[in-house]
Design a protein around this ligand. Structure first.
Ligand code: NDP
Length: 411
């Protein structure tokens, strides 16, 4: 008899995959509630889930920026946990609501303030005592990256090494959606992320390098499994901050993401004309934020799924030491856009985020992961989680590999 009740907040590309995957696992998630700002998106997903899986879910409208409103919804549906796949801006209000209503919390992206593109865990780590005191669990960063990539590191450390020296996370989308320019997840969040100054961690400090749109940005051709050579740019990504804290002995961590020249050119133009600004400008007597307007005119990431072809390849190259011997492993997943579409009507970026988010929820609902407080996902046992992620569509491969060059000059 299934006992778990889940409340998913956010019904975009990721929320849709989470809801479908929970429905596929209705032996664990006996009751599935899906809420978003308005009912239109949750209701459309509910219909599709009914058609594909013959499972009925319940839908709700909630403004998750509003704590009392969110608490009222949680008290009404009485979930075991809230899975937050709305936007990073809602992280703190949803955490507040979970504390007040007494339920566990999971998300896939760290909090960032609306008026500053700043990716830091400090705001959410500050909830540690409050979650501990209430005996509740908050799991941070349970998507693919952050999420599975963190767990790849935890898994390699657990099974192969005494210490890890170097981590390179490589995120490749070799897919094609047929649009001149589009982002694969929420455009506002995506553009804020990729236009920031780049940082990586080396020998005990953060090193800043030019943003990906800068002519001096650091990039190189990496030969990915299955999809071949792709230009990969050094980028700051939030899991670097928590992995630096939780991987003992780590000397260097870098994050690389593939971008096509076409994407870079479009984004450069948008930035040069001011369309990526996150501050308010006056337009015909009212205030608008250019990047929010841009989001409205760009393709909705969920809509890209229909014609998306090609694959994503995301993983980590990890150098570590076991019994004094150093070696390097490459651990990665390959995911196919069109197969995701056939299965749940989504593209691979939403799919690779939604499957781990559902799997993390499964770990908490089944009591496999326990412990009061705020946890980055790599602090929890990677084995049952990666087993669930693999079983639900994202298996991984581990191969012996060679370390990536240490410095820019060597690429
Ligand atoms: P979308 O923009 O497609 O969906 C966001 C959803 O949240 C929409 O349904 C939106 O409703 C809803 N929402 C926004 N504001 C509120 C609010 N105040 N109250 C209630 N609901 C709200 O985003 P994605 O699905 O692409 O991404 C979801 C999350 O996943 C983001 O935080 C993103 O950063 C994260 N992510 C993580 C990845 C990882 O690997 N870790 C990878 C990709 C994404 P409406 O549309 O009506 O505004």
């Amino acid at each position: 008899m299934p006992t778990g009740t889940i409340l998913i907040i956010g019904a975009g590309g990721v929320g849709s995959v989470v809801a479908h995957k929970c429905a596929q696992n209705s032996d664990v998630f006996g009751k599935i509630h899906l809420a978003s700002r308005t009912l239109a998106k949750p209701d459309a997903i509910k219909k599709d889930i009914r058609r594909r899986w013959k499972v009925d879910i319940e839908t709700h409208a909630v403004n998750a920026d509003n704590v009392p409103e969110t608490v009222a919804l949680i008290r009404k549906v009485r979930p075991d946990l809230v899975l937050n796949v709305a936007l990073p801006y809602q992280d703190l209000t949803i955490m507040d609501a979970c504390l007040e209503a007494g339920v566990h919390y999971i998300d896939t992206a760290n909090y960032e303030p609306l008026d500053e593109a700043k990716f830091e865990y400090k705001w959410q780590w500050a909830y540690q005592d409050r979650f501990r005191q209430k005996g509740l669990m908050a799991v941070l960063g349970a998507g693919f990256d952050p999420g599975v990539t963190n767990m790849y590191c935890a898994y390699i450390l657990k099974h192969h090494y005494d210490t890890i020296r170097f981590i390179d996370i490589l995120d490749c989308n070799a897919g094609s959606h047929g649009h001149a320019f589009a982002t694969n997840f929420n455009p506002e969040i995506n553009i804020r992320e990729v236009t920031q100054v780049v940082r990586h961690w080396e020998n005990g400090r953060w090193i800043e390098t030019p943003a990906i749109l800068d002519d001096k940005s650091i990039h190189f051709l990496f030969d990915y499994p299955v999809v071949g050579k792709k230009d990969s740019y050094l980028l700051y990504h939030e899991e670097e901050e928590s992995l630096v804290k939780h991987m003992p002995g780590l000397e260097r961590i870098r994050f690389w993401m593939t971008f096509s020249q076409n994407y870079i050119t479009h984004l450069k133009v948008l930035q040069n004309v001011g369309m990526t600004r996150i501050d308010e400008v006056e337009y015909e007597g009212r205030k608008i934020v250019p990047i929010k307007f841009l989001k409205e005119v760009l393709p909705n990431p969920a809509s890209l799924a229909t014609n998306y072809t090609g694959k994503t390849v995301i993983g980590c190259i990890i150098t570590g030491v076991k019994n004094g011997n150093e070696s390097t492993k490459y651990i990665y997943n390959v995911c196919d856009h069109a197969e995701c579409y056939r299965e749940v009507g989504s593209q691979a970026i939403s799919y690779t985020t939604g499957v781990p988010a559902m799997s993390a929820a499964m770990m908490v609902v089944k009591g496999v992961w326990k412990g009061a407080g705020v946890w980055n996902i790599e602090q929890l046992d990677p084995d049952p989680f990666l087993e669930a992620v693999s079983k639900n569509g994202l298996p991984f491969t581990v191969v012996d590999y060679k370390p990536l060059p240490a410095s820019r000059a060597s690429f």
